[in-house]
Design a protein around this ligand. Sequence first.
Ligand SMILES: [Zn+2]
Length: 301
Amino acid sequence: MKPYTKRKKFIMPFSGDELDHAETQRATEQLEIFIKQDNAKCLCLYKGSIAINGNGNLSLVHPSKLIGKKINDPGPIFLGLSNNIPLFSVSLVEPDEIKEDLIFEDLRKASKFLSPQEMSVAGRAKSLLDWHLNNRFCSKCGQMTQPSSGGIKRECNSCSSEHFPRVNPVVIMLIISNNKVLLGRGKGWPEGAMSALAGFISPGETIEEAVKRETYEEVGIKIKNAQYVFSQPWPWPSQLMIGMVCEADNEDLNINTDEIEEAKWFTKDQVKAVYDNSGDHFLKLPKFTIAHHLLRNWIES
Ligand SMILES: [Zn+2]
C-alpha cells in the first residue's frame, strides 16, 4: 500500500485552538494575577454541558462573576493563555449560579455550530474537570487529594504523591480490501449506524499491534500495513483517538458478537453515495467524529 495521503486545509474537531498551556506560569501568585486581569475569561460547565450564548458561540464570563458562587472541586482551573487572554473553566453546582446569557448545551449537540477550536477549548475543559471529579482520592494511600498548579495535577498531602490527568489512547481504523472498507456497528447503537472499528490500546503493545489485535478480536481478520493518518482528542471522558488505515488479508468475517453487533464491507462508491446525500450525517456518523474524517479522507484519496 502506498503511503497514505491526507486532506489539506482541514482542522480536526476538538483540536487547533493553539492555547498556550503556560506550564511555567502556574504558581499560585501568578494565577491570582491572571484571574483578576480585566481580559480574563472563564468557561462555565454544568454537569458536563458547556455554556454557550444566543449566537452559538462559547459563552465566556469574567472570573469575578464566580465570587461567592458554588463551584465543584477543583474550583477554577487555568486552561491556559489564548492570545494572552487567561482562560479559566469551572464546573458549577447549579446552572443559574451566574445571571448571564448562559445556555448549557451538550457538547455533542453544540458541535453542530461551534468551531473546531471552540470545541477544543471546551473539550480540554471537560476532560480536565471530569478527571478532577473522578480522582479526588489518592490512588496510593486513599486520602483526599488537592488540586494544584491551576488544575493540571492533584497532590496528596498525606503521602506527597502527585497525580496527573490521564489521556487514554484508542486506535480507530479503516480496514481496506479491494477498494472496500469494513465498518461495524457497536452493541446498542441505533439501526444503520456504522463506524470504523476501534479499541483501547492495551499495556505492552504498539499502535500497530493494537490495530492488529482489535481487528482480529472483533471480526477475525488479519491485517497488514497499518499506517497512521491523523488523531483526535475525544473528551468522553479523555481519549486520544489514533486514526489508522490498514489492509485486510481477506474479506471473510468472523464477527465477535460479544463486541460488535454487525460488520459489513462497503465499496468506495457506496460510501461516496451515502456521503453525497448525507446532510448532517454520514452513515449516521456525526461530522465531528474522526471516523467521519477518516472515511471522507478515504473517498477523496
Ligand atoms: Zn496519598
